[in-house]
Design a protein around this ligand. Structure first.
Ligand code: ADP
Ligand code: ADP
Length: 226
């Protein structure tokens, strides 16, 4: 089954066509990456899926549901952006608990237990009472991931979540993200300008250029040398 579908989606800003008739179908459980140079329309595409923007033309669907006009909090998406947007005045545990505000009230599991589960999932079991500024960049991104996953979203949207990290941390976080994605079997749409990262992490890659989709294929097929 298809989790997310874009049908001939465009987004214009005045004279700029940021996204130009892009059609994508992402099956449930896939790790799908949008890759391409700065300014090619990746972030705008992700924002259209998240519902932070509406298309100028075309349709975004979640499953069979046309989500035109549906606000982000009703799309069952978890979002992690490039620069960790943790609340600095809250502990790590409070930051993750904030994500639970967007879910239905939990049944028999307390908020504390749910936060502990989420911090276990991102391999930060001891971090609940710490302040975000005591953590490394990679640890902060894992807290942001735990917060995004807290409401149990159907789709995870990641926009350059590793770009502020050094090469070694990036590789570690990449493996962690991929292993969490597999464990939860969550449909994931990932944005990066880094081809090597796209190759390492994805089931399929969509190459964008100037707002267009140039090709969609497995990383092996996209990056095969002639
Ligand atoms: P990428 O994520 O690939 O770097 P973006 O989606 O951020 O690309 O941007 C694609 C194009 O759309 C760029 O030319 C950018 O300047 C333009 N753009 C994006 N958002 C806006 C906006 N809110 N207003 C005007 N232009 C925008
Ligand atoms: P990215 O680094 O992911 O490409 P940017 O830092 O370019 O993102 O853009 C951050 C925000 O600014 C986004 O909300 C984007 O839509 C908006 N934006 C990007 N380009 C422009 C632009 N030319 N005019 C107005 N807003 C823009």
């Amino acid at each position: 089954p298809i989790a997310v579908e874009l049908e001939a989606v465009s987004r214009r800003y005045g004279d700029t066509t940021a996204v130009d008739e892009v059609s994508i179908r992402v099956p449930r459980g896939e790790f799908f990456t949008l890759v391409g140079p700065s300014g090619c329309g990746k972030t705008t595409t992700l924002r259209l899926i998240a519902g932070f923007e509406e298309p100028s033309a075309g349709t975004v669907r979640f499953g069979d549901r046309d989500v035109s006009g549906v606000p982000p909090e009703e799309r069952e998406v978890g979002v992690v952006l490039q620069n960790y947007a943790l609340f600095p005045h809250m502990t790590v545990g409070e930051n993750v608990a904030y994500g639970l505000r967007f879910s239905d009230p939990p049944g028999d599991v307390s908020e504390t237990e749910r936060v502990a589960e989420l911090l276990d999932l991102v391999d930060l079991p001891e971090a609940t009472d710490r302040d975000p500024d005591e953590l490394s960049g990679g640890q902060r991104q894992r807290v942001a991931l735990a917060r995004a996953l807290a409401p149990g979203p159907d789709v995870l949207l990641l926009d350059e979540p590793m770009s502020a990290l050094d090469a070694k941390l990036r590789e570690r976080l990449r493996l962690q993200v991929r292993s969490i994605q597999r464990e939860l079997d969550i449909t994931t749409i990932y944005v990066t300008h880094d081809q090597e990262e796209a190759l390492a992490i994805s089931d399929r890659v969509a190459v964008m250029n100037g707002g267009h989709l140039e090709q969609v294929n497995t990383p092996q097929a996209v990056y095969r040398r002639p």
